[in-house]
Design a protein around this ligand. Structure first.
Ligand code: TYD
Length: 209
């Protein structure tokens, strides 16, 4: 049952194969068990229109998609998702757990495609009326390890290892710029230890919110 107060917005970020989905599922269950109302969602996607954009940006069929078009599509999906799902849930008092958000665009498009992190960030801020997460959890993993955990790669996953190295470094740079709003964790550690570290921080933040 949602509370009367504003909710809390948590984004999970990180490279491919970092185990975000597993950790999101564990955090969702732990928060529900503790009595917090939770909405779990993902980007790109989360609404019918945004899921169609997801198909375009991830499909290997569109190999060579123009980088600016790619950045605009991710931002468009995000605008739709925030307007219809994320912001309404926060306003109704839910804890929103989102698989990837704005920093994925800054890392994959801004740094990875060399479009400029500021431009890409501004684009997403415009698309979302400036909605930023209360907390972003970065699961850090070496691309060699992360990519080896995947089966069939999508269009982004199929990029060369150097691209994924750039993305990894980008997430660490972004987190270092605003340490109070980020929790960076080694995604190579045991699943349960990682889940415990995440829950500890989230419960502290929720108690203070
Ligand atoms: P997905 O299958 O959800 O990957 P993961 O399980 O790693 O989250 O695919 C999302 C892909 O899209 C992933 O390769 C990262 C990429 N992406 C961007 O390039 N920019 C963005 O803004 C977002 C949200 C994702």
């Amino acid at each position: 049952m949602p509370s009367h107060r504003r909710g809390y917005f948590i984004a999970f970020e990180g490279g491919e194969g970092a185990g975000k989905s597993t950790q999101e599922a564990l955090l969702t269950q732990a928060l529900l068990d503790a009595g917090h109302p939770v909405v779990r969602t993902r980007e790109p996607g989360g609404t019918p229109a945004a899921e169609q954009i997801r198909h375009i940006v991830l499909s290997p069929e569109f190999e060579g998609l123009d980088p600016r078009a790619e950045a605009l599509l991710f931002a468009a999906a995000r605008g739709e998702h925030v307007a219809r799902v994320v912001r309404p849930a926060i306003e109704r008092g839910y804890v929103v757990i989102c698989d990837r958000y704005l920093d994925s665009s800054v890392a994959y498009q801004g740094y990875g495609r060399d479009l400029g992190p500021e431009h890409v960030r501004d684009l997403s801020l415009w698309a979302t009326h400036d909605l930023v997460p209360d907390l972003t959890i970065v699961l850090d993993i070496s691309p060699q390890v992360g990519l080896s955990r995947l089966s069939t790669p999508d269009r982004l996953e199929a990029e060369p290892i150097e691209y994924h190295e750039t993305v990894r470094a980008a997430f660490l740079t972004i987190a270092a710029q605003d340490p109070g709003r980020y929790l960076v964790l080694d995604a190579g550690q045991e699943v349960d230890a990682l889940a415990a570290a995440i829950l500890r921080r989230v419960l502290v933040d929720l108690a203070a919110a």
